[in-house]
Design a protein around this ligand. Structure first.
Ligand code: ADP
Length: 403
C-alpha cells in the first residue's frame, strides 16, 4: 500500500510539474510573440521616420550633406545632388572621390579644428561659373563625442550674376556720364582762359558744349526709362493702336534726319491693330528707325514692314541696306551699353541703351525682339506683338518718302 501511495504521489507531483511547464511555455510563447510584435512595430516606426526624414531632406531647397566621423558621405539630399550635378550613389564615398572639389574637402578639415564655418563662398570648378554659400558645423553624439559634419549649401549664382551686372552698369553709367562732362568742362575752361575772345573759336567750342550737354540729357532720359521699365514702375496704357499710322508718325518725325543722309523711308506696314501703349511703341519705332538711318548707308533705304504670324501675333520689321551687324554681335546688341563700333555710336549721339529699351518695352507687351543680319547686306530688326481680337478692316496702305 505504501508503494501504491508513493506512486500516486509521484504521479501527482509529475502532473503538477507538467502543468506548470505547460503554463510557463504558454506564457513564454505569448511573451515572445508580444516581443516580436513590439520589435516589428519599432522597425515600422523607424522605417516610417527614415522615409519622412528622406522626404523632408529632399524637399529642402538647400543642399544638405552629412558626413560620418571618417569624413565619408552618410547622406546627400536631392538639392545637393542637383547643385553638384551628380546622379550616382554617394553614400560611403569621400568628398574628393564623389565630387572632385578639393576646396570643399579643405573646408571640412577646417570644421574639424574650428567646430564650424559660416558663409563660406565656394566657386565650383566647372565651365559655367557657379557659386555656392556653405555653412558647416561639427555634429556631436549624446556622449559629447564628435560624430560627423553637417554642411548646408545655398545657390549664390543668380545673386552673383546680379551683383556683377549692377557693378558693370554703375561702371558703364559713370563712364558714359564722365565722357561728355569732361569734354564740357575742358571747353568751358579753354573759353574762360581766353578762347572766348575769338568769336569763331568760341562759336565752335560752344557748339561742342551744346552737343555734349544734349548727349548727357539723352543719356539721363534713357537711364530713367530703363530704370522705370526694370523696376516695373512704368504702367502700360494698353489700347488698340493702328501700327501703320504709328510708324508713319515716327517716319515723319525722323524725316529731317533721313534727308540729311539721303535715306529713303518706306512704310509697308499694313494697318494692323495691336493692344499696346502708343507712347511706348512710339519709342520702339523711333529707336529702331533712328538706328536704321544712322547705321544704314547714306543714300540708302529703310523699310518698315509687317505680317500676321500663324500664331496670331503681329510681326513688325525694320530693314536697312547698310553694312549690317557681325554674327557674334547679333545677340549682344540688346545688352545695355553694348555697341559694335563705340566711336561710331558716340559720333551719332548714341547712348548704347536704345535697343535694350526696345527689348524691355516689347517684352512687357508680351512680344519678342530679335535681329537678322549678314555683314555687308543690311540688318532687319523684328518684333512681335499680340494682335487685338478684332482687326478693323482698312485698305492696305503704302507710302514712300524719297529725300
Ligand atoms: P546706340 O545708342 O549705340 O545706337 P543701341 O542700343 O540703339 O545703342 O544699339 C546698339 C548697337 O547696335 C549700336 O551701337 C550699333 O553698333 C548696333 N546697331 C543697332 N542698329 C543697327 C543697324 N541698323 N545696323 C547696324 N548696327 C546697328
Amino acid at each position: 500500500m505504501w508503494a501504491a501511495l508513493a506512486i500516486l504521489l509521484l504521479a501527482a507531483l509529475g502532473f503538477q510539474h507538467f502543468r506548470q511547464r505547460r503554463i510557463l511555455f504558454a506564457w513564454q510563447r505569448k511573451h515572445l510573440h508580444d516581443l516580436e510584435d513590439l520589435q516589428r512595430r519599432q522597425q515600422q516606426t523607424l522605417t516610417d521616420a527614415n522615409a519622412q526624414q528622406q522626404v523632408l531632406f529632399n524637399s529642402m531647397l538647400e543642399g544638405l550633406l552629412l558626413l560620418d566621423r571618417h569624413h565619408r558621405i552618410y547622406l546627400a539630399n536631392r538639392a545637393f545632388k542637383n547643385l553638384f550635378r551628380v546622379k550616382a550613389e554617394l553614400r560611403g564615398k569621400t568628398i574628393v572621390e564623389a565630387l572632385r572639389v578639393p576646396e570643399l574637402d579643405a573646408l571640412v578639415k577646417r570644421v574639424e579644428t574650428d567646430g564650424q564655418v559660416f558663409d563660406y563662398e565656394l566657386k565650383l570648378p566647372d565651365l559655367n561659373e557657379r557659386w555656392l554659400r556653405v555653412n558647416a558645423a561639427a555634429v556631436f553624439n549624446s556622449a559629447g563625442e564628435r560624430d560627423g559634419t553637417i554642411l548646408v549649401f545655398h545657390d549664390l549664382t543668380r545673386l552673383k550674376q546680379l551683383e556683377r551686372t549692377r557693378e558693370e552698369f554703375v561702371a558703364n553709367v559713370s563712364h558714359e556720364l564722365r565722357t561728355p562732362l569732361s569734354l564740357i568742362k575742358g571747353y568751358v575752361e579753354t573759353l574762360l582762359d581766353g578762347a572766348r575772345h575769338n568769336p569763331e573759336v568760341a562759336q565752335r567750342f560752344l557748339k561742342i558744349i551744346e552737343r555734349n550737354a544734349q548727349r548727357l540729357d539723352l543719356l539721363i532720359q534713357d537711364l530713367l526709362t530703363i530704370s522705370a521699365l526694370e523696376s516695373g514702375r512704368m504702367k502700360l496704357n494698353l489700347q488698340p493702336v493702328d501700327l501703320h499710322s504709328l510708324a508713319e508718325k515716327v517716319l515723319n518725325d525722323l524725316h529731317g534726319k533721313a534727308d540729311a543722309r539721303g535715306t529713303t523711308l518706306l512704310n509697308l506696314l499694313p494697318a494692323f491693330f495691336a493692344q499696346v501703349d502708343a507712347n511706348r511703341l512710339d519709342q520702339v519705332f523711333a529707336n529702331l528707325i533712328d538706328n536704321a538711318i544712322k547705321y544704314g548707308r547714306t543714300q540708302g533705304r529703310v523699310t518698315v514692314g509687317g505680317r500676321q504670324t500663324e500664331t496670331g501675333m503681329i510681326e513688325v520689321s525694320v530693314t536697312d541696306d547698310g553694312p549690317g551687324i557681325p554674327t557674334e554681335a547679333l545677340d549682344r546688341v540688346f545688352e545695355r551699353f553694348y555697341r559694335v563700333d563705340k566711336a561710331r555710336s558716340r559720333d551719332q549721339g548714341g547712348t548704347g541703351l536704345g535697343l535694350s529699351i526696345v527689348k524691355h518695352i516689347i517684352q512687357s507687351h508680351g512680344g519678342e525682339v530679335w535681329v537678322e543680319s549678314e555683314l555687308g547686306k543690311g540688318a532687319t530688326f523684328y518684333f512681335t506683338l499680340p494682335a487685338t481680337k478684332k482687326v478693323p478692316a482698312l485698305p492696305e496702305p503704302l507710302s514712300e518718302r524719297v529725300p
